[in-house]
Design a protein around this ligand. Structure first.
Ligand SMILES: Nc1ncnc2c1ncn2[C@@H]1O[C@H](COP(=O)(O)OP(=O)(O)OP(=O)(O)O)[C@@H](O)[C@H]1O
Ligand SMILES: [Mg+2]
Length: 244
């Protein structure tokens, strides 16, 4: 991570990680879209490290590459150069099937915009990641119900996304991301569409879960108040990251 004076700094862990705890190392990550003739360079060399138990807020203006960086960390896209190691493993080296299993087991993603499946109920949407990991069954169902209770939607289990407000859909998306107990939780503006009180309750849910289990929590946000609750803050500007 680069400080405002341009020095590279390592983020120090606040809680001691267990032997098998998750870690994240982002090294000189660059991302370029477009063609060779007309490249759009979005990330110009991003480096930082996080250990289990740490939380990071990513801020920066619209179009600065926040979602791009989150997608790269979430193994949904590949960097143009540089590397991302999750618990010492480079997911870019995995075959497609292994990568899908790794992503499903380790990573929870709350997308910008909730991406719920409209044909399924609230409960079924939350259960989808558990089906792919074959962790289905009554245990998964009771965790999904508990998570939906915690986001205040216990009485909406059978509703379809079209029957919910934008904020309610966002809360379902948070519950879905947590369904497999991920050790790396990535949230792209998880409180973006929510009113103040609902945003606070979703934020508290994320931090409660983060405290309860030795996970890494990373969230993109435009809210200085939300960003202020994280251990570390990183601002993206002109393709580089700065401690904020
Ligand atoms: N798949 C893509 N192909 C080409 N350009 C893209 C692609 N995805 C993103 N971009 C461009 O990369 C830049 C960064 O986009 P990104 O979505 O990461 O920004 P952001 O910081 O998340 O913005 P916002 O705060 O508006 O969500 C933008 O200029 C965007 O148009
Ligand atoms: Mg974005």
């Amino acid at each position: 991570m680069e400080s405002p004076d341009g020095q590279q700094k390592e983020v120090t862990a606040r809680k001691g990680p267990a032997d098998d705890a998750v870690s994240l190392r982002v090294s000189d990550v660059r991302k370029q879209y477009g063609s060779l003739e007309r490249p759009l360079i979005v990330l110009r060399g991003i480096s930082f490290e996080l250990q289990a138990g740490q939380s990071l807020a990513i801020t920066g203006p619209s179009g600065s590459g926040k979602s791009t960086l989150l997608h790269l960390i979430g193994t949904l896209d590949l960097p143009t150069s540089g590397s991302i190691l999750i618990s010492g493993k480079n997911p870019a080296t995995l075959a497609e099937k292994e990568l899908a299993q790794f992503r499903n087991r380790v990573i929870g993603f709350v997308f910008q915009g909730h991406h719920l499946l409209p044909q399924y109920s609230v409960l079924e949407n939350v259960l989808i990641p558990t089906l792919a990991s074959r962790q289905g069954g009554e245990g998964a169902k009771s965790r999904a119900r508990e998570l939906l209770d915690r986001v205040g939607l216990a009485d909406r289990l059978d509703h379809r996304p079209a029957e919910l407000s934008g904020g309610e859909c966002q809360r379902v998306a948070v519950a879905r991301a947590l369904a497999n107990s991920p050790s790396l939780l990535l949230c792209d503006e998880p409180t973006g569409n929510l009113d103040g009180a609902t945003a606070d309750s979703v934020a508290s849910l994320l931090f409660d879960l983060h405290r309860a289990e030795p996970t890494i929590l990373i969230a993109v946000t435009h809210s200085p108040q939300f960003a202020g609750r994280f251990d570390c803050r990183l601002e993206l500007r002109e393709g580089l990251c700065f401690e904020a």
